[in-house]
Design a protein around this ligand. Sequence first.
Ligand SMILES: [Zn+2]
Length: 240
Amino acid sequence: MSELNLLGAASFGLVVLLGWLAGGIGNWAADVLPRRPAPAPAGGDGRVFWHYLTLFWRPFRHGICPHCGEPRPLRAPLLELATMAAFALVWWRFGATPVRAGVTCLYAAFLLTVAVIDLEHRRVLNVMLAPAALVALFASLLPGPPSVLSAVLGGAAGFGFFFLIALIGRGKMGAGDVKLAGVIGLMLGFPAAITALVIGIFLGGAAAIILLITHRAGRKSTFAYAPYLVLGALVMLLMR
Ligand SMILES: [Zn+2]
């Protein structure tokens, strides 16, 4: 193995490790943020970080946390694996431009956590959307696409597009999805954001039809749209 390959292997390992840690932070966010404002016990909740980083122990413990005895959902290791895979893909795609790779990893970790929380709670949290919008706006000042103008246009177009859908759909599209479309717009810029959101709408529509014809959901069932918007956004973040 040449020196260059060794360096490549080392940085790949580091990126995947960072993806694992980011997945753990995602698990923390998915466990804690939807339940706020809950009274915080003095001195924290006493949980160690292994409560949120479950990949190494969960398969051998039947999902029971060895530290607090609480059952941990299958979502925990799945989110860790998905975030690691996303970071690895970003490294493969943008490894030569570290700033862009870093920003894209941050977006991927945020989007995957949003998808998990929407699946579990049917909510997209303002406490996550607001900082993400600010970060995306600041990131547009960094080298690489999108430019500030493109980001602002993308944000306005994404928000406006979904605001219209929400008006026409009379409540079938939630306010959280409209705001998420705006944040995805800021992250991707115009016109990539529109492509991402259209991909998301088609994926969501296809999933809804499959759920209906397999009778796994009725006409009145609630439907989490954010995971499909997230998929569309992830595809475009890697493709653009
Ligand atoms: Zn625990």
